[in-house]
Write a protein that binds this ligand. Structure first.
Ligand code: SAM
Length: 393
């Protein structure tokens, strides 16, 4: 049995904790990069912990304080779990016995919600698993009642072969729900995916393509994620804030923050959606005027000079919610229009699979990266293209 969970003393914020950051594949490496880049701004000279990158997430050990504060700091993970116990367990009486020994009053004030997954485990009946765990926790409470009433927590239970791992959810609602977005258009991109893609795009051409444009911006998700990427998110609460020993933990303030790009322009042909995007933007700490939003149909001629140093990122209509009459025409025409009129230094575009492989580019541009991922159950690809002249220089 893991020593930490059988401790007689309550956990402290300075004490060590094992954390698992749940990250949507294939963005695990990028999430590691985000963590390493942002760590010093929150945790100063504290060394960055060793990080193990695994499919679906990052594992690391750090103080409980630092692990909990990764919730407001990081934009790519979905959720952060704190592993509180790991033990061998072969049957239900054994599960009950091990659970009741854990000093649950340090972690919980009431029976938690359970999120259970079983993989090659002899224990598969979810009703029996819930019963054994809840009875074990009640038994632990009978001997040592919780002191303070807090919000209901979620305990993640993983049964893999003969190992049971118990993790407290430190996030609450998935981290992609930022708390400042009042309105959303049709088929919005999940915020943590938008953050990952725009970070990836910026990595592709550091120092170039400083002015970001989303010509099909919908409710503004990508632009907001880009402008707010370095800001810790204080617009919502996190599950760790209701843990019994966390009342003194404050989110550090960071000065001199900037977005990923110098300026931001969003366009959409739908006036209503543009007004929602504006309201979403006003709901944040973004300085007024930094993100420009306007109604415009992409296929109508440009009326004004565009900034020179452009990066384009966009999530065009595709899939079930937008039925495209003729994707054979739409995607090639979209890409041709964006590249020939706007002449970006870099462009990232989400396309339904396998369009990123199929699409032909004008001679002056080249595909530099295709990343496949799942968005709301649809297989999509993020295609990054750059001008050939820039690649050759
Ligand atoms: C998939 S949504 C973008 C969602 C956005 N990324 C978000 O997360 O909110 C596609 C957007 O393209 C806009 N759109 C479609 N055709 C357009 C066109 N020809 N010109 C400008 N906007 C267009 C739609 O109004 C819609 O808001």
């Amino acid at each position: 049995m893991n020593e930490r969970m059988s401790a007689k003393n309550p956990p402290t914020l300075q004490g060590p904790g094992n954390f698992f950051l749940v990250v949507p594949p294939p963005f695990e490496e990028l999430a590691q990069q985000e963590l390493k880049e942002k760590w010093p701004s929150f945790f100063g000279a504290t060394p960055i912990p060793a990080i193990q990158v695994v499919k679906g997430g990052l594992e690391l050990e750090t103080s409980l304080r630092n692990g909990f504060l990764l919730n407001p700091l990081l934009k790519i993970p979905n959720r952060i779990l704190w592993r509180v116990a790991e033990f061998t367990c072969r049957d239900f009486p054994n599960l009950f016995k091990k659970i009741k020994k854990i000093p649950w009053r340090f972690y919980l004030s009431a029976l938690p919600e359970l999120d259970i997954t079983c993989r090659k485990s002899g224990l598969t009946d979810h009703r029996k698993i819930i019963k054994a765990i809840h009875q074990g926790i009640e038994e632990s409470f009978r001997h040592q009642p919780p002191q303070k009433s807090t919000a209901t927590a979620t305990l993640f239970v993983r049964l893999a072969e003969e190992t049971c791992t118990l993790s407290m959810d430190t996030s609450g609602e998935r981290l992609g729900i930022r708390g400042y977005k009042k309105f959303q258009g049709m088929a919005p991109l999940r915020e943590n995916l938008a953050a990952a893609l725009v970070y990836l795009l910026q990595n592709e051409c550091p120092g170039q393509g400083q002015n970001l444009v989303d010509p099909l911006c919908g409710s503004g998700t990508i632009l907001l994620e880009s402008a707010l990427f370095h800001w810790p998110n204080t617009a919502r609460t996190y599950a760790y804030q209701s843990f019994p020993f966390c009342s003194t933990l404050k989110i550090p303030k960071i000065d001199g923050l900037e977005g990923l790009f110098r300026s931001y322009l969003g366009q959409d042909r739908d006036l209503q959606i543009i007004s929602w995007a504006k309201e979403n933007c006003q709901n944040t700490v973004i300085p007024p005027g930094l993100v420009l939003l306007e109604q415009k149909d992409l296929f109508t001629p440009l009326e004004k000079e565009l900034p020179q140093d452009l990066a384009i990122i966009t999530n065009p209509p595709y899939g079930e919610r937008f039925s495209l009459k003729n994707p054979q025409h739409f995607f090639p025409e979209l890409i041709e229009t964006l590249l020939s009129r706007w002449r970006p230094k870099v462009m990232g575009i989400i396309l339904p699979r396998p369009w990123a492989n199929k699409i032909k580019l004008p001679d002056s541009y080249q595909k530099v990266r295709i990343l496949s991922f799942s968005h709301g159950g649809t297989d999509v690809q993020f295609l990054i293209v750059r001008p050939l002249a820039v690649l050759l220089s």
